[in-house]
Design a protein around this ligand. Sequence first.
Ligand SMILES: [Zn+2]
Length: 357
Amino acid sequence: MHRKRPKLVAIALGLCLILCAVPALADGFPNNPEARSLVQQGSEHLKNKELTKAREVLEKALQIEPSSGLIHFRLGLTYSKLGNNEAALREYLASLELQPHIAVTAYNIGNCYQGLGDLDKAREWFEKYVREEPGDQLVPMAQQRIEALKRVAGKFKAANKEGPDYFDTLIADKGPEKWSQEKMPLKVFIDTGRNMKDFPKEWPAIMYESLQSWVQATENRISIVAVPNADQADIYCDWTTDARQLKANATGAESGHTDVEWAMSRKDPTRTRNLIRARVRILIIDSKGRPIDADSLKKTCLHELGHALGIDGHSGNPRDIMFFGESTSCLPALSKRDKATIQKLYSDQTPVKQQPR
Ligand SMILES: [Zn+2]
């Protein structure tokens, strides 16, 4: 008989919310009246989240006055929100050249590099920001991000970024972590949010769909069943509006957190950590206290549920849902590599017929 040694392990890193900071001063404001008016229109569009319109007017403004650091900055911000990190980076670098005293530019450049998966460069730029703008508003956040980047330094080798999956790097140090065949179907409890103010009633369904995406990726080697009672749950999911409740190694910049409990048989040569319970908590407001949108919610649910199903680590490719830190390059869906990774993790298990919800 195998002796089991229960242990608690916390998933250290949730998603980092990307803050795109906007300069407070009107540095580098264009001289040309038409360009100025276009910049103002661009700001309005940005405020209203009309990103394509913002891009159009700001690109036009830049044609009129290409030497305005502020236009480059605002365009960088727009591209970044549109998920085009290459273009955002180009604009921020141009802005920095023309208008070096927009303090947060270096921070935003760090963001772009992180979104592009170049974590060393991201760290360099966050460090530059802290060094050169020690009193600026985002310095505490930058310091937390530097620490988080240090923790993952060296983990993301080239193979991890571009290979068909990132399975090997997950199990390299610690061996696999997974739910065993006997645990299927996994009992899932999702809090309805009934006791929360203004909670969108469709969000539990987004959580369930996210879990279904992972189940499908394993071709039903994982199966799930919803249970009405939290006490019965293998996977317990709820919501919070308090970032401090995410605890973790808290960077204070995470949008979700997962705790897992597992046991390992001492005699198991594969050193598999068999999951016993997982608890997923999702932050439903952004860093400014506004409700997050459905796409951001889906990304966070997919990411945290990946941890709940045994992905104990992160991908180095910003197009994967399990990328370290939030990526604007990633869609609210599993990438091919995410799917291939979970498939490998559960490849030795038999597909189970899906239970009705
Ligand atoms: Zn994570």
